[in-house]
Design a protein around this ligand. Structure first.
Ligand code: NAP
Ligand code: ZN
Ligand code: ZN
Length: 347
C-alpha cells in the first residue's frame, strides 16, 4: 500500500482537515500519479456537506486532477514516467454494458466508479479524490495533458470543462443558435467559452451585476441580470438552448419561458432539492428539459485536445490547501473568479 496525505471531511458539518490514508499499489494497468493541482468543484461542496444524501465519510473530495506519472504498471501502454496527465470524475466502469460498449462510460448501467465518495468495482473499497498528494488510477481513465497550457488552469477542464463541452457538442451548438448560460461559476464560465468558440450567440443569465464585464471578456455577447424583470422580459421566447449551471435552488419556470419554439433547457447544475415547473411552460412552444452528466473518456480527451489547439483554459485562483474551507464559503456566496485550484505543493 502507498502512504498518502490529503484533506478529508469526517462528517457533513465539520471543516476539511489533514488526513493520512493508503492507496493501492499500482496494478498491471494502473498509473501512479503525483498530484500537482486539483480544481474545486461545487459538487465537492454538495458531497462534503451531504447535500445529495449519498455521502460516506471520511471523504477526500477532488475530481479535477492534474499530475505527473510517478510509476506505471507492467501492461500500461498509454503513459510513461514524467508524463503530465489528468484524472476526472470517473475512475472505472463495468466496460461491458451497452453504454460502456458505446463509449459513454459516464452512463454505465452497472454504475460508474466515481473518483471519490464511491466504491471500487468490488463494492467495498472506498475511492478517495484529488485533495491529496497522489492517486492510482487505471490507465483507461487517465488523460494526456498538453504541456503547452498552464497546468493549474487546465485542471478544471477535467470536470467543469467536459461537463459543459459534452452537452454543447451533443446538441450540436453552432453559429445559428442563440444560447443562454445560467450562472457564471466554474461550469458557467467554461460553457460561455465553449459556446462562443462553437460560434453561437451567447448570453449570460446571472444574478451578479458585477460579473457583466467578465462575462463579455470570456466571450458572452449579451448579459441579462435575472433579478431585473425588465431585462428578463427582453429575452422571453428567445433562446434555442439554455444551459443551467446553477448549484442552488432557483425557479426553472423563469428560464423555460426564455426558450423559443422547440427550445431545450439543459440541466447540468444539481441543486439539492427537487425542481418544480409548470407543464404549460413546456407545452407552450413545445419546449424540452434535458440533463447531461460529465462526458465520456473519449470525449474528455477530445475536449482536452480541442482546448490545447484553441488555447482554452479556465480562469483560476490558485490557493493553498489550508484555505480550502474558506474557498468553499466563497463559492457558496458566488465569490469565485472562476475556479479555485489547489496547488498541491502546499500540502
Ligand atoms: P459554482 O462555481 O459555485 O457556480 C455556481 C453559480 O451559480 C454561481 O457562481 C452563481 O452565478 C449561480 N448561482 C448561485 N446561486 C444561485 C441562485 N440562487 N440562483 C441563480 N443562480 C445562482 O458551481 P460549479 O462548480 O460551476 O457547479 C455548478 C453546479 O453543477 C453544481 O450543482 C454542481 O454540483 C453541478 N455539476 C454537475 C455536473 C454534471 O455532470 N452534470 C458536473 C459538475 C458539476 P451568478 O453569480 O452568475 O448568478
Ligand atoms: Zn465536478
Ligand atoms: Zn457499464
Amino acid at each position: 500500500m502507498i502512504a498518502t496525505k490529503g484533506y478529508a471531511g469526517h462528517n457533513a458539518v465539520s471543516p476539511l482537515v489533514p488526513w493520512n490514508f493508503e492507496r493501492r499499489d499500482p496494478g498491471l494497468y494502473d498509473v501512479q500519479i503525483d498530484i500537482l493541482y486539483c480544481g474545486v468543484c461545487h459538487s465537492d461542496i454538495h458531497q462534503a456537506r451531504n447535500e445529495w444524501n449519498e455521502s460516506t465519510f471520511p471523504m477526500v473530495p477532488g475530481h479535477e486532477i492534474i499530475g505527473r506519472v510517478a510509476k506505471v504498471g507492467e501492461n500500461v501502454k498509454k503513459f510513461k514516467l514524467g508524463d503530465f496527465v489528468g484524472v476526472g470524475v470517473i475512475v472505472n466502469s463495468c466496460r461491458e454494458c451497452n453504454n460502456c460498449k458505446h463509449g459513454i462510460e459516464q452512463y454505465c448501467s452497472n454504475g460508474a466508479v466515481f473518483t471519490y465518495n464511491s466504491f471500487e468495482r468490488d463494492g467495498k473499497t472506498p475511492t478517495y479524490g484529488g485533495y491529496s498528494n497522489r492517486i492510482v488510477t487505471n490507465e483507461y481513465f487517465v488523460y494526456n495533458i498538453s504541456d503547452k497550457l498552464p497546468l493549474a488552469a487546465v485542471a478544471p477542464l477535467l470536470c467543469a470543462g467536459i461537463t459543459t463541452y459534452s452537452p454543447l457538442r451533443h446538441w450540436n451548438i453552432s453559429n445559428w443558435h442563440k444560447v443562454g448560460i445560467i450562472g457564471l461559476g466554474g461550469l458557467g464560465h467554461m460553457a460561455v467559452k465553449f459556446a462562443a468558440s462553437f460560434g453561437a450567440e451567447v448570453t449570460l443569465l446571472s444574478t451578479s451585476p458585477s460579473k457583466e464585464a467578465d462575462a463579455k471578456k470570456l466571450g458572452a455577447h449579451n448579459f441579462i441580470l435575472t433579478k431585473d424583470p425588465e431585462q428578463v422580459k427582453k429575452v422571453s421566447n428567445y433562446f434555442d438552448f439554455i444551459l443551467d449551471a446553477v448549484s442552488a435552488p432557483h425557479d426553472y419556470n423563469v428560464y423555460l419561458n426564455m426558450l423559443k419554439t422547440n427550445g431545450t433547457l439543459i440541466c447540468v447544475g444539481i441543486p439539492p432539492t427537487p425542481v418544480q415547473f409548470k407543464c404549460f411552460n413546456l407545452l407552450d412552444n413545445r419546449r424540452s428539459i434535458a440533463g447531461s452528466k460529465i462526458g465520456s473518456v473519449q470525449e474528455t480527451q477530445e475536449m482536452l485536445d480541442y482546448c490545447a489547439e484553441h488555447n482554452i483554459v479556465s480562469e483560476v485562483e490558485v490557493i493553498a490547501i489550508k484555505d480550502i474551507n474558506t474557498a468553499f464559503e466563497r463559492m457558496i456566496k458566488g465569490d469565485v473568479h472562476y475556479r479555485f485550484v489547489i496547488d498541491m505543493s502546499t500540502l
